[in-house]
Design a protein. Structure first.
Length: 82
C-alpha cells in the first residue's frame, strides 16, 4: 500500500474522537429525548454516523490527490522524454 503524505484535511479524522471524548461531559444527561432516545445515546449514534461521513470526506479528498514521491515510485520506470 503506497504511503501518502500528510495533508491538512487529515486532521478531520480527529473530530470523531474529540466529539465522543469531549462531548461526554456535554451530553451526559438523560433529558431531553431525541427521536425517542435519551440524549447521551443519541449523541453516540450521531457520532457513529458523523464518523462515517467524515471518513468518507477524507477518503474522497485523498483520492483526488496524486501520489508522488512514495517508496513505489521508481524513476527508472518513467518513459524518456523525446
Amino acid at each position: 500500500m503506497p504511503r501518502t503524505r500528510f495533508r491538512p484535511y487529515h486532521l478531520l479524522a480527529l473530530l470523531p474522537t474529540l466529539g465522543l471524548l469531549g462531548g461526554m461531559w456535554f451530553a451526559n444527561r438523560a433529558e431531553p429525548f431525541v427521536f425517542g432516545l435519551p440524549f447521551f445515546l443519541f449523541w453516540i449514534v450521531a457520532s457513529v454516523v458523523a464518523t462515517s461521513a467524515i471518513m468518507w470526506v477524507v477518503w474522497t479528498l485523498d483520492r483526488r490527490q496524486p501520489i508522488r514521491g512514495g517508496a513505489d515510485d521508481d524513476p527508472a520506470e518513467e518513459e524518456p522524454s523525446p
